[in-house]
Design a protein around this ligand. Structure first.
Ligand code: FES
Ligand code: FES
Length: 157
C-alpha cells in the first residue's frame, strides 16, 4: 500500500492542508482531490504544457511534480489568476485577440505566458516564441496566441 503524507502549502493565495499518497502527482491532487480542473491532463509526460502551473513563481509541469513536493511551496493555477472583479491582463489579451479555440491548452499556455512576461525583462517576440515552445496547441496555429502574449507583455512589433 502506498504511504500517505500530510502536507501544507499555499494554493492561489490560501493555505491548504491535505493528505496525499506519496506517488500522487500535483496535477492529480489539483484536479481530482481539490476540484481545480483548469490545469489539464494531456500527455502526462511533460511534453505538452497543458498542465502548466507556477510554483514559487516558476512554471512547472504539474503532471511531473509529486504532490508531496508541494509542501511549503506557493502554487498558482489558472483558477487563481483573475481577481474577483477582472480577468488577469494575460487572460484578457487572449480573449480580446480571439486566441482561444477549443480552449484545452489555454490554461497552461496562459500560465506559461504570464511566467515569461513576469520574469523576462525586455522579452522579445522571438523569446516569447521560444518560451512557449513547450506548450502545444492543436487548434489555433499560434498567430493569435503570439499576438495576445505580445500585447499583454508589451512586446513591440
Ligand atoms: Fe503535463 Fe502534458 S500533461 S506536460
Ligand atoms: Fe484547442 Fe489550443 S485551443 S488545443
Amino acid at each position: 500500500m502506498t504511504a500517505k503524507v500530510e502536507i501544507e502549502f499555499t494554493l492561489n493565495g490560501r493555505p491548504r492542508r491535505v493528505t496525499v499518497p506519496a506517488d500522487m502527482s500535483t496535477l492529480t491532487l489539483l484536479r481530482e482531490e481539490l476540484g481545480l480542473t483548469g490545469s489539464k491532463l494531456a500527455c502526462g509526460e511533460g511534453e505538452c504544457g497543458a498542465c502548466t502551473i507556477l510554483v514559487d513563481g516558476v512554471s512547472q509541469n504539474a503532471c511531473l511534480m509529486f504532490a508531496v513536493d508541494c509542501a511549503g511551496r506557493d502554487l498558482l493555477t489558472i483558477e487563481g489568476l483573475r481577481t474577483e472583479d477582472a480577468l488577469h491582463p494575460m487572460q484578457r489579451a487572449f480573449v480580446d485577440h480571439g486566441a482561444i479555440q477549443c480552449g484545452f491548452c489555454m490554461p497552461g499556455m496562459i500560465m506559461q505566458a504570464k511566467y515569461l512576461a513576469d520574469t523576462t525583462p525586455g522579452l522579445t517576440r522571438e523569446g516569447m516564441r521560444r518560451g512557449l515552445e513547450g506548450n502545444v496547441c492543436r487548434c489555433t496555429g499560434y498567430k493569435k496566441v503570439f499576438d495576445a502574449v505580445a500585447d499583454a507583455a508589451g512586446i513591440d512589433g
